[in-house]
Design a protein around this ligand. Structure first.
Ligand code: NAP
Ligand code: SF4
Length: 677
């Protein structure tokens, strides 16, 4: 039966030998779980997502051999024990009505491994290890290892494999001249360069027979110099189909590309137009991906004929029940992936297990459980920022009677400042989601209410999530009329002059700089503007999709100088996978970044700074306004008042520890507290 709201998204897909129950693929993500090797935890993670309605799940990348692992010791199907372990996960997915394919990921020169191999000995800019150039026998071994991995995947109960051919990994490295300088039958002409990818698919198909899903992930826009033209992409897709692939999945950009492809500032569905260019050129289904994070966006992408299926990866960390909720007409209750990368990719690249900023249970399903309570308690929560909201929702889901107090007129706390920054519009969705959950759970709201100790008397539990106050940097002249703090600017809408000095270059200093240099529509909400800003163009016109004129950012709205006292590059503490985007954005806007300063004083001329212990090199930074973004301190006033009256509240979020506080820690702390109340 056709679904009334999502007729395309929730339509089955007949693959001939098997049918997918809808058009939603849970895309591959490296979570680090396989390396930990707790297979009950892995099975629960995948099983929950199968239960939540994903038609086909693709695992994190599994190495076909040690030299191809993303790092030394990366997981793969190497032994009988590995096969038995993977079977625990595949069985769980099948018990929950889903299907699962194992991604085979050979990293080639991206492998963080001194034994890495590649078509040519050219070191990648994102790895310290120069790869060894493969000879004919070496190439044959790699193909054989792909085939072995495919056969073992079948033995482990997988419904298929995804052969990773995009994002600049091994097979992609053979395909483009950027990394393939060979002159033998694996290099030179395009036919030669795609020979390896095609041969891998052909031999894997030959080995497993016709009734096994083989997805090939194909780079449709490389975004690095000397990549493929779109005619070549079509040629490759046809060859991959002829070699026996069941489905073609979309890859966007190489990891070394200096263009963001999945971060929150990338417009939603920013690259589905690229996938659409392939539609009609092959007869197997095509999947599109990148920044699709609501059922509505997925539905529109399919209704517009951009693809036959959509891939969403991070949205399944944020909410395992994404599809089930869409199906049940509960889209507003889906915890949204805001594209922040803070708990998923940043963890992966920091060597930590992935989870999700909005859903701390992701990858921790067996440890962090929200069990119904035997005895309901009354719980007062003061503060409707991320810490308070997360606590409230989990506590109410478990069956407690929850009341929230906040002096503000609306929920969200600091999220309401984040959502003002161009490129952070996704925070809107998060605040809306919290609102929907509060209504659905019947949580009692007391907004515009300054809670005091009397009001909180009589509750079984009191949670203080009152957040933070701006730190007083104690700079002479900071009381002047030309000095503002970030709250005046982001919440109060204070008028800011054309020349600005920002004191403090943490997350908020960067945010304020982005806010003040920007004017007009946010590129995150206007695809054409965004593509121009980052220099992306039609790969049908220009090889790789790199605009010959390069990035064309809009003119900066203000002259901004961003400062910190530390004598190191600014932005070092920003997200591992997104910090470079913030730095590049500010560079494009001409922001001057100055580290290693002492703040001497502020006067009508501007900000006076010096350097070094001897306070040398005095410099005046002439400006109309100085904006204080010097960090934050806990707002514990209410907590202290309660303690003085003998009440012991739970203090969480910024009210607990403000240093390096962010929404990820606040939500995690609140959810974990509520799980135990
Ligand atoms: P922060 O990251 O701790 O940065 C505070 C800044 O103020 C630093 O640059 C620091 O640099 C400076 N500072 C500290 N003490 C100072 C003093 N006494 N006088 C002058 N300058 C001083 O804090 P934040 O920027 O307020 O951000 C708060 C939290 O929100 C962050 O931890 C962050 O996780 C989160 N956030 C994240 C993002 C993001 O992009 N992911 C965006 C916004 C906010 P020096 O000490 O070197 O001067
Ligand atoms: Fe999405 Fe951020 Fe969660 Fe990653 S951490 S899944 S980007 S919301």
């Amino acid at each position: 039966m056709t679904h009334p709201t999502y007729p395309h998204l929730l339509q089955p897909l007949d693959l001939g030998f098997t049918t997918l129950k809808n058009r939603v693929l849970m895309g591959s993500m490296h979570t680090g779980l396989e390396e930990i090797g707790d297979w009950e935890r892995i099975a629960t993670y995948y099983g929950d997502r199968a239960k939540g309605g994903a038609a086909l799940i693709v695992t994190g990348g599994m190495s076909p051999n040690p030299e191809g692992g993303v790092f030394a010791g990366a997981a793969g199907l190497f032994t009988d024990k590995d096969i038995a372990n993977h079977r625990i996960a595949t069985d769980r997915v099948h018990e929950n009505g889903g299907k699962i394919a194992m991604q085979i990921l050979h990293a080639g020169r991206y492998a963080y491994n001194p034994n890495c191999v590649a078509p040519s000995p050219i070191k990648s800019p994102i790895s310290p290890f120069p790869p060894k150039e493969l000879d004919e026998a070496g190439i044959e071994k790699q193909i054989a290892d792909f085939v072995t991995a495919t056969m073992r995947a079948r033995e482990a109960g997988y419904d298929g494999v995804e052969i990773m051919g995009s994002e600049g990994y091994f097979l992609n490295q053979f395909i483009v001249r950027h990394t393939n300088k060979r002159t033998d039958r694996w290099g030179g002409s395009y036919e030669n360069r795609i020979r390896l990818a095609v041969e891998v698919v052909r031999r894997c198909r030959e080995a497993v027979g016709p009734d096994f899903i083989i997805i090939y992930r194909l780079s449709m826009i490389d975004l690095v110099p000397d990549g493929s033209t779109f005619d070549e992409v079509i040629q490759l897709a046809r060859a991959i189909e002829a070699a026996g692939a069941t489905i073609i999945n979309t890859g966007i950009g190489w990891h070394e590309a200096r263009i963001p492809t999945i971060a929150t500032s990338v417009p939603r569905r920013a690259f589905t137009w690229v996938t659409k260019k392939l539609m009609g050129h092959v007869s197997i289904p095509i999947i599109t991906s990148n920044r699709i994070n609501t059922p509505e966006v997925g539905e529109n992408v399919l209704a517009e004929g951009c693809a036959d299926m959509v891939s969403m990866a991070r949205p399944f960390l944020a909410d395992a029940d994404f599809v089930a909720k869409a199906e049940a007409g509960l889209a507003a209750q889906i915890a949204p992936c805001i594209g922040c990368n803070q708990a998923c990719l940043d963890h992966t690249f920091g060597g930590k297990t992935s989870t999700c900023l909005v859903n701390p249970r992701a990858c921790y399903e067996t440890e962090l459980r929200y069990e119904p309570v035997a005895q309901s308690k009354t719980i007062a929560i003061v503060g409707a920022g991320p810490a308070g909201l997360a606590t409230a929702i989990v506590a109410a889901e478990r069956g407690h009677a929850v009341s929230i107090f906040d002096r503000a007129a609306s929920i969200g706390g600091q999220l309401n400042m984040a959502r003002k920054i161009p490129g952070k519009e996704e925070f809107d969705g998060l605040v809306d989601y919290y609102g929907s959950r509060i209504r659905a759970l019947g949580i009692e709201m007391h907004l515009n209410t300054e809670a005091d100790a009397d009001m909180l008397a009589g509750f079984d539990e009191v949670v203080i999530a009152t957040g933070v106050l701006p730190r007083d940097p104690g700079i002479p002249g900071q009381d002047g009329a030309n000095v503002l703090n970030y709250i005046d600017v982001l919440r109060g809408g204070a008028k800011v002059g054309k020349r600005v000095a920002i004191i403090g270059a943490g997350g908020i200093g960067f945010d304020v700089a982005e806010y003040l240099t920007h004017e007009g529509e946010s590129p995150a909400e206007n695809l054409e503007l965004w593509l121009r800003e980052w220099g992306v163009t039609d790969p049908g016109e220009v090889r790789s999709g790199l605009a010959p004129e390069g990035p064309q950012p809009g003119a900066p709205a203000r002259e901004v100088v961003l400062l910190q006292r530390k004598a190191q590059a600014l932005g070092k503490g920003l997200g591992k996978t997104t910090g470079w985007i913030h730095r590049a954005t500010l560079k494009m806007k001409g922001v001057e970044m100055v580290g290693g300063v002492n703040y001497e004083k502020i006067d009508a001329d501007g900000l006076h700074v010096s350097t070094g212990e001897g306070r040398e090199n005095p410099r005046l930074i002439p400006c109309d306004n100085v904006i204080l973004c010097a960090g934050q301190v806990p707002d514990r006033s209410l907590a202290d008042a309660l303690i003085a009256r003998g009440v012991t509240p739970h203090v969480i979020g910024g009210a607990d520890v403000a240093a390096e506080l962010d929404a990820k820690r606040a939500i995690d702390q609140g959810s974990r507290l509520a799980a135990g109340l």
